[in-house]
Design a protein around this ligand. Structure first.
Ligand code: 5RP
Length: 231
C-alpha cells in the first residue's frame, strides 16, 4: 500500500479545518508537503485570506514556493490552527516527533495553537509511544557530553548524524544537536518520562508530545480514520 497516497488522504481530510482569516502553524516533514500543496490550492480556489507560520526552514521554503503568505513567528503569540505530522501516534493521541529534527519549533507552535491537528499515514499508529523509534531530544551543544551522560540514565543515547549533504551531526534550525534515546525499558506513563527528560539541564525539548493533539487524521490508501478524544 502506498504511503504517499495515505499521507495525501490524511492531508486532504485536515483541509476542512481551514477557514478564511486564519493564521495556520505548519509542522514539518513529508506529509506536510502534501498539506501545503493542498492548502495553496484551496486558498486559490476559495480566494481565502490565510497566513501561515513555519516550524522549520524546510517548511518555510515549501510554503513560500507555493505562494503562501508566511508570517514571522517572532510577531505572533497565538495561531488559530496548527497542522503537523508525527512519527508515532497512540490511541490517546500522544505523539512521538522529531524525525525531521524540528520538534522544538513544532512543540512551540502546538502550544500556541487554538487547535492542533495531526496528519499521518497508517504506519505511524502504535500501541505505545517509543514502540518503533528512539526518543528524539534537542540538546544544547554547550556541555553536550554532560547532558548525554545524564540522559543515559534512561537508556542508550546516540548523537544523530546527517545522512547526506553534510558530514557530522544534525544541527537543528536553532543551532542545537539532536540525540536519539533508546529507552532501556517500557514506560506506560509517557508524560512522566517526557517531564523527567525535559527537566535535565541542557535539554531544550523532547519529542514526546503528550496531551497536545486535539484530533488526528490517519490516512490509508482507500480511507481516512479519525482519532479524537471522544473515543
Ligand atoms: C519533524 C517531525 C515530523 O512531523 C515527523 O518526522 C513526520 O514526518 P513525515 O511526515 O515525513 O513522516 O516530527 O520534526
Amino acid at each position: 500500500m502506498g504511503t504517499e497516497i495515505a499521507k495525501r488522504r490524511a492531508a486532504e481530510a485536515a483541509l476542512k479545518h481551514v477557514v478564511d482569516g486564519q493564521i495556520i502553524g505548519l509542522g514539518s516533514g513529508t506529509t506536510m508537503k502534501h498539506f501545503i500543496d493542498l492548502l495553496s490550492k484551496k486558498i486559490e480556489r476559495k480566494k481565502l485570506n490565510v497566513e501561515v507560520a513555519a516550524s522549520s526552514f524546510q517548511v518555510y521554503l515549501e510554503a513560500a514556493r507555493k505562494g503562501l503568505k508566511v508570517l514571522d513567528v517572532y510577531s505572533l503569540s497565538e495561531v488559530d490552527l496548527t497542522i503537523d505530522g508525527a512519527d508515532e501516534i497512540d490511541s490517546s493521541l500522544n505523539l512521538l516527533k522529531g524525525g525531521g529534527a524540528a520538534l522544538t519549533r513544532e512543540k512551540i507552535l502546538a502550544e500556541m495553537s487554538k487547535k492542533y491537528v495531526i496528519i499521518a499515514d497508517y504506519t505511524k499508529l502504535v500501541t505505545r509511544i517509543g514502540e518503533k523509534h528512539p526518543i528524539p531530544i534537542e540538546i544544547l551543544p554547550f556541555g553536550w557530553k554532560g547532558t548525554i551522560k545524564r540522559l543515559s540514565r534512561f537508556g542508550r543515547v546516540e548523537v544523530r548524524n546527517c545522512k547526506g549533504g553534510k558530514v557530522g551531526p544534525v544541527i537543528t534550525d536553532n543551532g542545537n544537536l539532536i540525540v536519539d534515546l533508546h529507552l532501556e525499558r517500557e514506560y506506560v506513563e509517557i508524560e512522566k518520562i517526557e517531564r523527567r527528560i525535559k527537566n535535565i539541564v541542557g535539554v531544550v525539548e523532547v519529542g514526546i508530545f503528550s496531551g497536545l493533539a486535539d484530533i488526528a487524521y490517519i490516512g490509508y490508501e482507500d480511507h481516512v480514520e479519525i482519532l479524537n478524544h471522544n473515543r
